[in-house]
Design a binder for this molecule. Sequence first.
Ligand SMILES: Cc1cc2nc3c(=O)[nH]c(=O)nc-3n(C[C@H](O)[C@H](O)[C@H](O)COP(=O)(O)OP(=O)(O)OC[C@H]3O[C@@H](n4cnc5c(N)ncnc54)[C@H](O)[C@@H]3O)c2cc1C
Length: 399
Amino acid sequence: MATADKVIIIGGGIGGLAAALALLKRGIDVEIHEQAPELKEVGAGIQISSNGTRVLYALGLEGALKHVQVLPSRRVIRHWNTGETWNWFDLGATTAQRYGTPHVMLHRGDLHGVLADAVRAYKPDAIKLGRRCAAISAAGDRAEVRFEDGETVQAAYIIGADGIHSKVRASLFGADRPEFTGCVAWRGLVPMEKLPAHISQMLGTNWLGPRGHVLHYPVRRGELMNFISFVERDDWQIESWVTQGTNDELANDFRGWHEDVHAIIRNIETPYKWAMMVRGPMPRWSQGRVTLLGDACHPTLPFLGQGGVMAIEDGYIIAACLAKYFDDPMTAFARYEDIRRDRTATVVRKSHENRRSAFSPALADQNAVAVEVAREWQQERVRERMEWLYSYDATVVAI
Ligand SMILES: Cc1cc2nc3c(=O)[nH]c(=O)nc-3n(C[C@H](O)[C@H](O)[C@H](O)COP(=O)(O)OP(=O)(O)OC[C@H]3O[C@@H](n4cnc5c(N)ncnc54)[C@H](O)[C@@H]3O)c2cc1C
């Protein structure tokens, strides 16, 4: 294929790589342009629920994932202050049987590595590094990307997979107007051997409390514990994963919380903080021969653990649409948007709503957590709420 017949993907994150792999598997030539000088992901965990592993398995990654994933047995809920523990729901074999593929916990770098290796196995030079997109434009019946160094490249299609601060989105639709949620997320990793045995278990733990929420789960074959927390704070409004905080600042945000939470916080190697912003769903996110996927078009608060999974589903579907309608951009992108619009908008909306159940001032009362667990955090209730999400099969959707 000549350069002009390729699909160019801007951004080599999880969504960009998943889309590239799906396109290559369908025989469509791809080039990924990633701004970073080396290919790596932030040091943090990511949960991929069954609807995401269904796509990753269809892309042929089941074997590679087995070398790095954790298959947790279950999730538990704990009381922010007393540490009381309740079983929440089964994962492991139960989930795999119910949905056909498991719910896995991964280091983001490991998932990223698995995807990048698979892309390079198809096309060794598919990923171009140190290539920062500055703008996108139409060029006759081609799309054109201009990089910050001034170079331009044309392609049959351009997919903006360049994340929450997408340059491709800004080029097509102008600047967005994010709204601060009043909530900051912390994340960090802890070597498992630094934690006492009753914490370093192969299960997911959510701590319910007032003004904040904590979760932790094992990644990288169980060698690391991934810590994430959310706290109400209005003095920090920078939306970036590279901003470091300190262990003391993080500990201060969780004053009064159980000693097990602080045992993890003390051992986090580098705590990072991220101000959480919301954006309204986009009714359309394609123009001419350019479209978007993942956080570039539907950034999602992390309260459902689905932003990355949605990017993976998007990647699979856009590849199927381009494979079927390569010579007809209008139909290809109309089908892609029609298939993805309601699902991704619902995920964005429900993630936002979940922020309200993740923590509330009422949970300061010692007995309120038990009441809340009995009402909302039961296996059957979770199934009712999540079935539509986890049972979805992006690999069989009619294109
Ligand atoms: C605290 C927290 C926890 C989360 N947990 C989960 C979870 O458990 N499960 C889940 O599914 N999701 C989770 N998410 C959401 C998930 O991280 C994102 O939705 C996901 O990373 C989006 O993938 P993406 O490929 O669209 O964008 P990104 O991962 O942001 O990748 C974008 C890529 O584009 C590159 N790029 C940016 N600008 C340019 C440019 N101008 N030119 C070239 N390249 C560029 C970047 O360097 C990057 O490599 C979580 C999010 C947060 C904040």
